[in-house]
Design a protein. Structure first.
Length: 268
């Protein structure tokens, strides 16, 4: 397995102060990788073994275990080449089969054509009144929102990544490309707003998503940067978009909606 290491994979708050590199290629075996993260500003060393992250320097000194931040750890594991899995191996709430649909449910699914076969819709249709209103909201976001389509998909993919909603990511990786995101940009989304290569405004959009996910609030500085290009309506649509797909991500993860056939999920 090839070890990948670049400073830009770290959180923006620490990226400029850290060096990220493999500890030893000889310690990589059977899909379990040891990695070392040198924190130059604190002179601490962290090593990850598979799913476990331990602080080597602190353990050597006999102190308590040190753990990476949740966000850094997700990036850390993503780029180590470990195989990613759905949060749940099987559904908690099973998608309905064709012969299980009521007349009301069938009337809501039939206009969707082939999309009606998706596990997402076959699961959410269990609550038809909510399903109908969610479709209206999704239609607004994708057809009537004031946001440029590329910006919309960038926002959706970032919140999908932060929520670790692999199902959501899988389909918006497709629609994102159709909206103008490049393969390189899609692969850069997990690295966050401070990754090299983003335009100033793209980085601001990603920062807004991160703040909404963390604090349910956009900071004054980020808001000011957004207002340089966005109208009041677009500012509102940004929050509506992130909020809607945060909700969808929660449902997908908690219900255990599984990837559809021939859908790849997160990049490996």
């Amino acid at each position: 397995m090839k070890l990948i290491a670049k400073p830009s994979y770290l959180n923006p708050q620490t990226r400029q102060q850290n060096i990220f590199q493999p500890f030893s290629s000889q310690l990589c075996f059977a899909r379990k990788c040891f990695w070392v993260l040198y924190l130059t500003h604190s002179e601490q060393i962290y090593v990850s073994k598979g799913d476990e992250v331990i602080g080597v320097s602190s353990l050597m000194e006999g102190s308590s275990k040190s753990i990476l931040s949740q966000e850094n750890r997700k990036i850390f594991e993503f780029y180590s080449g470990e195989t990613r899995k759905m949060k749940l191996p099987k559904p908690r709430i099973r998608p309905l089969g064709e012969n299980e649909l009521t007349t009301e449910q069938r009337g809501l699914l039939d206009p969707l054509g082939q999309l009606a076969r998706l596990n997402l819709f076959k699961t959410l249709i269990r609550c038809p009144k909510f399903f109908q209103r969610l479709l209206s909201l999704a239609n607004y976001i994708h057809q009537e929102s004031a946001l440029p389509s590329r910006d919309r998909e960038l926002l959706i993919m970032r919140i999908a990544w932060l929520c670790q909603a692999e199902y959501e990511w899988s389909y918006h990786a497709i629609s994102g490309k159709q909206a103008g995101l490049t393969d390189q940009e899609i692969l850069r989304i997990p690295k966050g707003p401070n990754a090299e290569g983003w335009s100033s405004f793209d980085a601001t959009l990603l920062q807004a998503v991160d703040e909404l996910h963390k604090d349910a609030f956009i900071s004054d500085s980020t808001w000011a940067a957004l207002t340089e290009q966005y109208t009041e309506q677009q500012l509102m649509d940004l929050i509506f978009t992130v909020g809607t797909y945060n909700l969808v991500s929660m449902a997908l993860n908690s219900f255990g909606v599984q990837l559809d056939e021939r859908v790849t999920g997160f990049p490996k």
